[in-house]
Structures are given as C-alpha cells and as structure tokens.
Design a protein around this ligand. Structure first.
Ligand code: GH3
Ligand code: MG
Ligand code: MG
Ligand code: MG
Ligand code: MG
Length: 308
C-alpha cells in the first residue's frame, strides 16, 4: 500500500480569533507572535477575571482558548470548566498550556474540558501543529452545523432555524418597539414546470429562486424555504408598506429572470402575502396565518402580485 506524501491537508486561510490567558508576559508575546504569523487573530489577557470579561463581551467570536494552569486569581482548570458551561453557541477549542505536564495533570485538564495540552517552554512548531489539529475539528463542526441547518436544495436556512431566529428577532423588535414584517411567497403554477420539464428542472428553478431571494435581502433579514415551493422572509425594522415595496421589487426581479434549464429557458412568477407584526399577535403561527390569507387572495386575484 502506498500513502500520499502530503500528510497535512491544505487548510483554508484562517482569521480565527484566539484568546490567550497567561500571567507571564513573555509567553503572551511568544504565542501572539507565533500565531499572528499563521493568520490567527490574538487577544491576550493576564488572569481569569479578564478572560471572563472578554468572553462575556465577545463570546461568539473566539474559536480557540489557550490558557495557563496557574493564574494570579484562580486556576486554568476552573476557567475551562466555566467556559464549557457558558459558551454553548459554538464549539471552542481549548488548549491547556503548562509546565506541569505530567500524566495526572494532563488527565485532569482533559477531564475539565480541554481538548489538548501544550508543554512549556512553548515550541513554535508544536503550538502551530496543535492549533492545526484544532482547526480540523472546528472545520468539521462548521460543516456539520451547515448541513444540519440548511435546506440541501437551496442552501437557505431550514424552517427550524428560521423559526428560532425569527423568535429572537421578534422579541427584540417588541422590546425596542420596532416594526417587523413577515413575507411569504409561492411560485405560480409550479406544478406545470415539473410536469412539462421534469422534476430535476423544477429543482433548478427552486435553486434559482432561492439564490435571487438571498441576493435581495439585507444581512439582518431572515429567510428560508418554508415548504415545497414556498419561501419566507422576516424583515426587521420594516413596516408593511416598506415590505410591500421590497416584495414588489423581488416579484419583478423573479418575473424578469430567464431561468436556464437543461432543455429550455423559462420564466416563473410568484405571489406574495405580507403582514406586519402587531402587539396582539403572540406566535409566529399568527403571522403565518394572516400572511397565508393574503397569499391566497393574491392567487385568487390572478397571481404574480403582492397582497398585504
Ligand atoms: P399555484 O399557482 O396555485 O401555487 O400552483 P402550483 O402548481 O404552484 O401549486 P401546487 O401546490 O399545486 O403545486 C406545487 C408543486 O410543487 C407540487 C410539488 O410536486 C412541487 N414541489 C414541491 N417540492 C418540490 C421540490 O423540492 N422539487 C420539485 N421539483 N418540485 C417540488
Ligand atoms: Mg501562570
Ligand atoms: Mg405554487
Ligand atoms: Mg398551491
Ligand atoms: Mg404552494
């Protein structure tokens, strides 16, 4: 059997942020130098208190934590335990760096939640290699999260993720008394596309509509493929009048797009239902129900239009 010579797969360039916790200034400087050269973004702190402050503020930003064992105001072990407890939004790769590298300590650090162990004095090659091993785990996690959270056909967020995000955004809008609009749209006579051009072409049309939708929203808007040929958008800080203008533009853009299939070029139209969230509405289902009524009306009035 022959093995490929390149043992390290090429990793994408990274701007991953690393939190380094060590009371020794020389160590902090060394790690910063070694890892900055590799493209990492380094934040250094001297003790547990500062580490917690930084994590609290920018919890979601750090992909790595490299911590010392003995810190002026506590132990790295407790810090790791705490971080594992509070950071649940993503996986943080944790490396314990210490000169107490005996087997017992190693076991204790791993049991507390560390992923890896780095012996002091710090060797550049070893540090970089251990970080790279962490990158592999994190890349896998990112891929799995994407797979679990996105519709395989259009890559839009799934309905479950959409509902979670909408619920958070809706609470925020209520707190700040900001408008929020819900838009649902459905492809007109989509069954015909499948019947005339086949299911694969139907899928191509859905992908193209998903792409146009993604391309038509702001970062703060929340979108998904809601069902077979139905899509949704939640537009924060947007009144129903503003949402109608947005939907009208999207409707036109879709109608004007020539979708190139394997055997033909087609145009499709879409019908829209829009509702603005009101104080008396309590659940997403209330919004969907009213928007759905508007969508049905748009269909009855002849399709290819927006009803609010
Ligand atoms: P209307 O204008 O009233 O919306 O008519 P329509 O034909 O679009 O609506 P209908 O609900 O009768 O048909 C929707 C079709 O969408 C039927 C279903 O087979 C198709 N569909 C649902 N999901 C998919 C999918 O993932 N891929 C493909 N190719 N077709 C799908
Ligand atoms: Mg120390
Ligand atoms: Mg339809
Ligand atoms: Mg229908
Ligand atoms: Mg439908």
């Amino acid at each position: 059997m022959t093995f490929s010579k390149t043992s390290q797969p090429e990793l994408p360039p990274t701007r991953s942020r690393v939190l380094v916790v060590d009371d020794d200034r020389l160590i902090r400087t060394l790690i910063r130098e070694f890892l900055t050269r590799e493209g990492y973004e380094i934040v250094t702190v001297e003790n547990c208190r500062q580490a917690l402050e930084v994590l609290e503020e920018e919890k979601n930003e750090f992909k790595f934590l490299v911590t010392d064992w003995e810190l002026p105001d506590g132990s790295g072990i407790d810090l790791i335990r705490h971080v594992r407890h509070v950071v649940s939004s993503h996986y943080m790769y944790i490396v314990m760096a210490t000169s107490h590298g005996n087997r017992e300590n190693l076991t204790q650090a791993l049991n507390a939640g560390a992923d890896d162990f780095l012996a002091k004095p710090i060797d550049r090659g070893e540090l970089v290699a251990r970080m790279r091993s962490g990158q592999r785990i994190l890349a896998l996690e990112t891929r799995l999260t994407h797979l679990a959270n996105s519709d395989p056909l259009t890559s839009l967020p799934t309905r479950r993720v959409f509902e979670e995000m909408v619920s958070k955004e809706w609470s925020r809008s209520r707190r700040h008394r900001l408008p929020l609009s819900f838009v649902i749209f459905d492809i007109d006579y989509f069954k015909r596309i499948n019947d005339v051009h086949g299911h694969v072409s139907g899928d191509q049309v859905l992908r193209e509509i998903g792409r146009i939708l993604s391309d038509s929203v702001r970062k703060s808007d929340i979108i998904c493929r809601y069902g077979g040929e139905e899509f949704c958008a939640v537009l924060p800080e947007t009144s129903s009048a503003q949402a109608c203008i947005w939907a009208e533009n999207l409707r036109k853009r879709i109608a004007e797009t020539e979708i190139i299939l394997d055997s033909a070029v087609v145009n499709v139209t879409t019908s829209f239902g829009i509702v603005e969230a009101m104080a008396e509405m309590e659940e997403l289902d209330d919004l969907i129900e009213i928007a759905d009524q508007c969508l049905i009306e748009a269909k009855q009035k002849g399709r290819n239009q927006v009803v609010s």
